[in-house]
Design a protein around this ligand. Structure first.
Ligand SMILES: *Cc1c(COP(=O)(O)O)cnc(C)c1O
Length: 405
């Protein structure tokens, strides 16, 4: 076999993202979705909704295509969307932005993350601090950019980091602190103390802050607080978000970045050679979505909150111990009471379709191999499915303690 070079492959292998041979390792998401398809189990594994979001958004995309909005958009994005993103940041967070200089659209939050890291990493000694468990694309993007991944653990049951661990992880080698809040996979919303400490450490060590706020409108108590609203953070923070989770349009891949013009320019320089531009009619439609009334956004959060509560009922009845999420699509539950000695959450999840007719993801899928032990009994369930699906999954789960092996 040929040796295929690439520093990122070695880093990605270390993070468990590639097989020993360097092939894309089949992800646990693919394995579990295949299990769901084979067994007819309800798939609460992967986080995508099973129904459409606001009709106004869907109709706007259809209208844009019918109106001939089918050619390349401007590099930064369709002007109406750039203005809608700036207006959204002002309306919800009081952040004023110049839509022509301080906003760029991307092919989802995924491209935003990759372009940001590729643009801002300077040397192989640069470190990117992330909270673990982490969204799987983070380790891959850090590896692609040729930087070092440094992790800060989040602890059961509320998944807040220890401030001492955080302070120890951020040093003068830290180029970027990458913050996902609300957090996937745990559903945590970081406390004000944690946010303030991130800002203090970034300032002290002259690090940049990159946020992933794709769940900004899926917060169940109170309002989301972006780190960019901290005065000391504004000049060193790039805020990433996406329409996919808010409007149940994960297949459209419309994301964006907001922040200081010089950092946005640096990211745009990379973005234009990754995807060049994003899909024109979907940008038009998301511009409409971002302008919908406050009540629509409140309704989206309230609907998901009710699903979260229904799912928790089922998990509790089944004998799981539930960590009640403050935001996001997900709920993490401890399955220790339902597991035979010697098996871990990955094995438990492989058996769950047969035991309960439900598919979930072990939290170990989101941690580096050497730390899987710390999360060995935890399982992630997605609540972003129709209420009757959540109710049926809850009913099925409630039966597993009765049918314990
Ligand atoms: C879904 C998700 C993304 C990817 O967003 P896209 O807009 O689909 O690229 C990024 N970060 C987190 C934490 C997510 O859950």
């Amino acid at each position: 076999m040929r040796e295929i070079p690439g520093a990122w492959r070695r880093t990605a292998q270390g993070a468990g993202l590639l097989s020993a041979e360097g092939a894309a390792a089949p992800t646990i998401f693919a394995e579990m979705s295949a299990l769901a398809a084979q067994s007819g189990a309800i798939n609460l594994g992967q986080g995508f909704p099973d129904e459409d979001g606001p009709a106004a958004v869907i109709d706007a995309a259809r209208a844009a295509i019918a109106d001939g909005r089918n050619q390349y958009a401007p590099g930064r994005g369709v002007p109406a969307l750039l203005r809608a993103i700036a207006a959204h940041q002002e309306r919800f967070y009081g952040v004023s932005l110049d839509p022509d200089r301080e906003v760029v659209t991307t092919a989802g939050a995924t491209e935003a993350l990759a372009a940001t890291l590729l643009a801002l990493i300077d040397s192989p000694d640069d470190e990117v601090v992330v909270f673990e468990p982490y969204y799987d694309a983070y380790a891959a993007a850090v590896a692609l950019a040729g930087a070092r991944l440094v992790t800060v653990p989040l602890h059961w049951p509320d998944f807040q980091p220890d401030l001492d661990d955080l302070a120890a992880a951020v040093t003068d080698r830290t180029r970027i602190i990458l913050v996902n809040d609300p957090h996937n996979p745990t559903g945590a919303v970081f406390s004000a103390d944690v946010r303030a400490e991130i800002v203090r450490l970034a300032e002290r060590h002259d690090a940049l802050i990159v946020t992933d706020e794709v769940y900004e409108h899926l917060v169940f108590d109170g309002a989301h607080v972006p780190i960019a609203t901290y005065q000391a953070a504004a000049e060193r923070t790039l805020s990433i978000s996406s329409a996919g989770k808010t409007f149940s349009t994960t297949g459209w891949k419309i994301g964006w970045i907001t922040g200081p013009a010089d950092l946005i320019d640096a990211v745009l320089a990379v973005k234009q050679f990754l995807t060049y531009v994003c899909a024109t009619p979907f940008q038009d439609a998301i511009a409409v979505g971002l302008g919908l009334p406050d009540a629509v956004f409140a309704g989206i959060a309230a609907t998901l909150r009710a699903k979260r509560d229904r799912l928790a009922e089922g998990l509790n009845a089944a004998g799981f111990t539930v960590s009640t999420p403050a935001g996001s699509y997900f709920t993490v539950a401890d399955a220790a009471a339902l597991m035979e000695p010697g098996i871990d959450a990955a094995q438990f999840c492989r058996e769950l379709p047969a035991r309960a007719g439900v598919v979930a993801i072990p939290l170990t899928a989101f941690v580096a191999p050497e730390r899987r032990r710390d999360y060995a009994t935890l399982v992630r369930f997605a609540a972003c499915k129709r209420m009757e699906v959540i109710a049926e999954a809850s009913r099925r789960l409630a039966l597993i303690s009765a049918a314990r092996p």
